[in-house]
Ligand binder design. Structure first.
Ligand SMILES: Cc1cc2nc3c(=O)[nH]c(=O)nc-3n(C[C@H](O)[C@H](O)[C@H](O)COP(=O)(O)OP(=O)(O)OC[C@H]3O[C@@H](n4cnc5c(N)ncnc54)[C@H](O)[C@@H]3O)c2cc1C
Length: 368
């Protein structure tokens, strides 16, 4: 094969989603990734209900046996806890990255996407992708090569604003799950996330501004989470990653478009990175099939707005233990506020509606 309609650089979740969506529109698609599947990565492994809806649009169904249901979110800290269920009847899911990767590959293969593994892309030209000595012609080139994207640099799309760079670590523990919520544990300068990924494993991630603060040490600052894990065997090695709110000035140029973490990121605390890339895939494919990438920019910005807002709201609590405590107390006393925040988070109400009932003002006062 010497030519294709769409060449996707990076076969992580965003690249595979982009490939599936483009193939659904009848385009010929090649994906190349330097690694070999199943590809693992530091991740909280939670898919919010809106991510499941986006996956359904791609024709991807996650078998019940591969995932755990997530019914909402629980905040814990200072000996307090507050929780809210997802609105509606659709739960979120938590699933091992490796299982999600396999399921996405199966769907892409089923649609006839050409997948090239252990095939690092070494450069691009106007309508060409280079893999070492091999060259493949492509009408469209998609950069789905993650947070340190080289495609972004090659296409001169690197101009970005980045806020709140944090360092995250994750590991799995062999312990019977104690919750069907995505749990966020608030320490003074570190948060811990726990999600059940099977009947015997929990995924634990921590994030802070301190690159030296690895998982074990972070857990000591999160006593409630630490006590859940006491004596549990570890089931995976510790993996690290950076986490930040990053917005690019542009996400396309000429015939090159970026998707997923290559196109900007939202902090891990939102649990929205994957869902965002699945939604981006659908709009990107629609722009490709109409032959015009200009609409992708605005749609991309619109999709990122809500998770970025939620990340900023939640990170306003970081390093402010008194405020964390106050918010937890308010969420316990007025659970409907937490429920509406969660509904905003997953996109079932708009910030406009939230503002209408005065909650935005309340939240603003609390975070002032
Ligand atoms: C600690 C942490 C917790 C998170 N928790 C959640 C969560 O609970 N829920 C959620 O939805 N999101 C979460 N996220 C975000 C989510 O993990 C990312 O948004 C998601 O992995 C982005 O996928 P991607 O395909 O864009 O990038 P990646 O998964 O990084 O994939 C990029 C791929 O490109 C390949 N590649 C790179 N360069 C080349 C090249 N030159 N040639 C060929 N291939 C190349 C790589 O091998 C890789 O496979 C979390 C992130 C962090 C850091």
């Amino acid at each position: 094969m010497n030519s294709t309609d769409v060449f996707v650089i990076g076969g992580g979740p965003a690249g595979l989603a982009a490939a599936i969506a483009a193939r659904q529109r009848g385009l010929r698609v090649v994906v190349a990734d330097g690694a070999r599947p199943p590809i693992d990565k530091a991740c909280g492994e939670a898919l919010m209900p809106d991510a499941i809806t986006a996956l359904e649009g791609l024709g991807v169904t996650i078998p019940a046996a591969e995932a755990c249901r997530l019914r909402g979110v629980r905040f814990l800290g200072s000996g307090l806890s507050a929780e809210a269920a997802f609105p509606g009847s659709d739960p979120g899911l938590s699933i091992r990255r490796t299982a999600l990767h396999r399921i996405l590959i199966e769907r892409a293969e089923g649609l006839g996407v050409d997948l090239l593994w252990q095939s690092a892309v070494t450069g691009i030209a106007s309508q060409e992708v280079r893999l070492g000595k091999r060259t493949i012609r492509a009408r469209w080139i998609i950069g789905a090569d993650g947070v340190n994207s080289r495609v972004r640099r090659w296409a001169n799309l690197d101009a970005q604003s980045r806020t709140n760079l944090r360092y995250a670590f994750r590991r799995h523990y062999r312990v019977p799950p104690w919750t069907d919520r995505m749990e966020i544990y608030w320490g003074e300068h570190v948060q811990g996330y726990a999600t059940a990924v099977s009947s015997e494993q929990v995924c634990v991630a921590v994030a802070s501004h301190n690159p030296e603060l690895r998982l074990e040490e972070s857990l000591r600052a999160l006593p409630e989470l630490n006590s859940r894990l006491r004596g549990a065997e570890t089931a995976s090695t510790e993996r690290g990653a950076s986490s930040a709110n990053r917005e690019l000035r542009r996400v396309w140029r000429g015939n090159v478009a970026l998707i997923g973490d290559a196109s900007g990121t939202v902090d891990a605390i939102t649990g929205e990175g994957l869902g965002l890339s699945f939604s981006q895939a659908a709009v990107l494919a629609s722009c490709l099939s109409s032959g015009n990438l200009a609409g992708y920019q605005e749609a991309h910005r619109r999709l990122a707005r809500r998770p970025l807002l939620m990340a900023r709201l939640m990170l306003a609590l970081d390093g402010r233990p008194k405020l964390q405590r106050r918010i937890l107390q308010i969420f316990r006393k007025r659970p409907e506020i937490f429920r509406r925040m969660l509904a905003l988070h997953i996109g079932t109400i708009s910030p406009f509606h939230l503002a209408l009932d005065g909650l935005a003002l309340g939240w603003g006062l609390l975070t002032a």
